[in-house]
Design a protein around this ligand. Structure first.
Ligand code: GMT
Length: 385
């Protein structure tokens, strides 16, 4: 079957959309497609040299009349240049602004029929889609794409509502690579963070207000009154100083550790007994899927796409946004019942394998590429029809 040449643009620094874009690119390359990342720096999960993967850096001209160097225009120009030089079949852009609009501009520059697939990830719709100064531009990027995908049913509905979009949007959930995400043996490492009788609760995020990390601390404070436990906070971001201050004010310094940004997420998550994800908005919650694949359940908020991932009472527990009392009660109920922990762990492993596998979701994206290109839907391996 025909090998495709795909240009991928995403935010290459920390963040779920960049992770999904990079992991997808790697898997497509593994399947034999040629993948060209067009970004402002090397995607952080790209790793070392890999067959069929190429990287093209966007450089912004900082001419003295520019108050704001025009990154978006530099990106669109670079996308067009790479497409021409490498004879790309399509662009797959992740996050609507500015990437879908840059793909549209690149297509205008090229003046040909290169296809554009846009994947919506979250705040590009749920936050920026509400912004009157960006709304029309986001709608243009979406409507001008040849295919649009979103990472949950909830995000599809939000997109329709926020932007008055009527076109078809494909559902492509986040996925997890079981070769990387599985329960790791971290027995030795665990001893550095907790004693054998203590439970480990964990939160991983970029500490933006939308993650409500303050709720994580409130939940943990209640849990630690009933269950000997520790809280590990992974990641960094704007709310970090506020959270540090809150932990000190509540006298929790001895029980909380800040691990900063970490690369070996599977290893880190495997330390946890429970993940906390009390976000205000969360279109999917990739970190909860990564935890699930490592056998770790989540207690989180019943918002956005989280209920499509976490089955309440089976692979975790959900409560309304901000209801830290219920979240703490659920955490206590789970952590004090070994049989329940074991059944949640099994359900987590099963669900992550069956419903969010890398092969299944990569095939879905591949099918969308072939569809927009008007080709027969058949993978390079020739086995799908
Ligand atoms: O949209 C964002 O806030 C950023 C984006 C990112 O790059 O981390 O996160 C979103 O995309 C992830 C991958 O599809 C989803 O798993 C996250 O739930 C989503 N974040 C939010 O909706 C807050």
């Amino acid at each position: 079957m025909e090998r495709l040449k795909i240009g991928i643009t995403c935010y290459p620094s920390l963040g779920g959309s960049g992770v999904v874009a990079t992991e997808l690119g790697k898997l497509l390359a593994e399947k034999g497609h040629e993948v060209h990342f067009i970004t402002h720096s090397i995607p952080f999960r790209l790793g070392t040299f890999q067959k069929n993967i190429f990287y093209h850096e966007v450089e912004v001209n900082d001419y003295y009349v520019f108050r704001y160097p025009p990154y978006d225009l530099a990106l669109a120009t670079k996308m067009a240049q790479v497409a021409k030089m490498q004879n790309l079949d399509l662009f797959h852009v992740h996050y609507a602004v500015p990437h879908a609009v840059c793909a549209f501009l690149a297509k205008q520059i090229l003046g040909n029929d290169i296809k554009v697939v846009t994947t919506l990830h979250g705040t590009d719709i749920t936050v920026l889609g509400q912004d009157e100064s960006l709304k029309d531009l986001i709608r243009l990027g979406i409507n001008e794409s040849d295919a649009v995908t979103a990472v949950s049913r909830d995000l599809i509905n939000e997109t329709r509502k926020a932007l008055d979009i009527t076109r078809e949007i494909d559902l492509t959930y986040n996925f997890v690579d079981k070769r990387v995400y599985y329960p790791r043996d971290v027995t030795d490492l665990r001893g550095d963070f907790a004693s054998p009788d203590e439970k480990i609760l964990m939160h991983i995020s970029n500490f933006r207000p939308v993650k409500r990390v303050s709720d994580v601390v409130d939940v943990f404070a209640r849990v630690s009154q009933r269950i000997p436990s520790r809280l590990l906070l992974v990641g960094e971001g704007p709310d970090l100083p506020k959270i540090q201050a809150k932990i000190s004010e509540m006298g929790l310094d001895d029980k909380v550790r800040f691990l900063g940004k970490q690369d070996e997420i599977a290893q880190v998550i495997s330390l946890a007994d429970l993940l906390l994800l009390p976000s205000e908005k969360e279109s999917f919650g990739l970190v909860a899927l990564e935890a699930m694949a490592c056998g770790v359940p989540t207690v989180g908020s019943q918002t956005g796409g989280i209920p499509e991932l976490i089955q309440h009472g089976k692979t975790g527990f959900l409560a309304p946004v901000g209801d830290t009392v219920s979240m703490a009660d659920y955490a206590i109920r789970l952590l004090s019942d070994d049989a329940m922990v074991e059944s949640f762990r099994r359900a987590c492993l099963e669900r992550s394998c069956n419903d969010f596998s890398r092969d299944m979701i990569t095939n879905q994206y591949e099918d969308i590429y072939y569809r927009v290109l008007g080709r027969k839907v058949l993978g390079l391996d020739g086995v799908r029809g």
